[in-house]
Design a protein around this ligand. Structure first.
Ligand code: AHM
Ligand code: MG
Length: 334
């Protein structure tokens, strides 16, 4: 079998002018390198004694795992030396991070990431992942400030995630469809294994944390009630449910077999739980590039104008027809 490596794929994309430039390509290779190193750190966690929690909390008041901090450091170390990234936002850092600039800094990009999403799963050996989003750094800015990062998701030039599961898979989009690359751990290279990923428009599978039912707004309760009624209810079909509590694993499953993933804003988390800039936006970009849809219930996620770097947001995303169906419950409830 003739395998296409990530670097060859990016070279082809540069030649085809598929939004991959000679600058973006090395940044994506740095991100791939970071994900490779994170995969190793995660797999070695129990052996290295790094599975535990720290006494520290991140800016969202969540207890940090040792691996949250380790993976954050790995991601920064692998992506900050090229001079291509002017500034970063991470789930694990309260403030923006400005890499030290080399003399010929070109400062083209802003990088936003969650280094280890789903880390509450990490010590029970359930899949976790890394999520990233790439924005353009405004022209002429070498020392970006918070407002430079506050761009709507539709302005992302690239987004993706790595899933550390039964294999390590890197899934990314530069706005020309979605492609998945599996890490060959022997060769140390990512190879294209899932070209042009498409989410089936129809589904009978939902993913939501049902224990939050009593907090949800009425439209979400009503939508789930009707799913649970199955064939005898308004939807006239039976639904299946999945909840991994790892957004990357959830979205990855949906890319393969369809489904809808929801973490709505509710009375317990009035602004939602997931973070807009480095969770909801990049995953919306992937989902929409694969033919799906992503909404807060009130607005397309990628239309939301951010007001702060760690802003939270309600999330409904996945198979197009089902996501639009869910949004219709919100519209009727207005
Ligand atoms: P994290 O970034 O702190 O890991 O939180 C995000 C995760 C998502 O991956 C997942 O969908 C959600 O939190 C799970 O939440 P819950 O614990 O309510 O099931
Ligand atoms: Mg996360």
């Amino acid at each position: 079998m003739c395998k296409l490596s990530l670097s060859q794929f990016l070279l082809n994309a540069v030649q085809k002018k598929e939004a991959v430039t000679t600058e973006l390509s090395p940044l994506l290779m740095d991100i791939a390198q970071a994900c490779k190193a994170i995969a190793l750190a995660v797999s070695q966690g129990a052996l290295q004694g790094t599975m535990g929690s720290l006494n520290s909390q991140n800016v969202q008041g969540e207890t940090q795992k040792q691996l949250d901090v380790i993976c954050n450091d790995i991601f920064i170390a692998n992506t900050s030396k090229s001079g291509l990234v002017a500034g970063m936002v991470s789930e694990e850092l309260a403030d923006i991070y400005l890499p030290p600039q080399p003399s010929s800094a070109s400062n083209q990009y802003l990088l936003l990431f969650d280094p280890l999403d789903g880390s509450s799963n990490v010590n029970v050996n359930i899949s976790v992942g890394t999520i990233f989003s790439v924005l353009s750094c405004p022209a002429g800015i070498t020392q970006p400030q918070i407002h430079d990062f506050l761009q709507a998701g539709k302005h992302q030039i690239c987004a993706g995630y790595a899933l550390y599961g039964t294999s390590t898979i890197l899934v990314l989009s530069t706005g020309h469809g979605v492609n998945g690359f599996t890490l060959d751990t022997e060769a140390g290279e990512f190879y294209l294994t899932h070209p042009d990923m498409q989410i089936p428009a129809e589904t009978q599978e939902f993913a939501i944390n049902m224990s939050n039912y009593r907090y949800w707004p009425a439209p979400m309760q009503e939508y789930i009630n009707e799913c649970l009624q199955g064939e005898s209810g308004n939807r006239h079909k039976n639904f299946n449910m999945r909840w991994v509590a790892s957004m990357v694993a959830e979205i990855h499953r949906i890319l393969f077999r369809g489904g809808i993933f929801m973490y709505p804003a509710d009375s317990k988390a009035p602004h939602g739980k997931l973070r807009l800039l480095y969770e909801a936006n990049p995953m919306s970009f992937i989902v929409e590039q694969a033919g799906g849809a992503a909404s807060t219930g009130f607005q397309d996620i990628m239309e939301v104008m951010p007001t702060s770097i760690h802003q939270r947001i309600g999330v409904i995303m996945g198979s197009k027809n089902e996501a639009l169906k869910t949004v219709s419950y919100y519209e009727q409830g207005r």
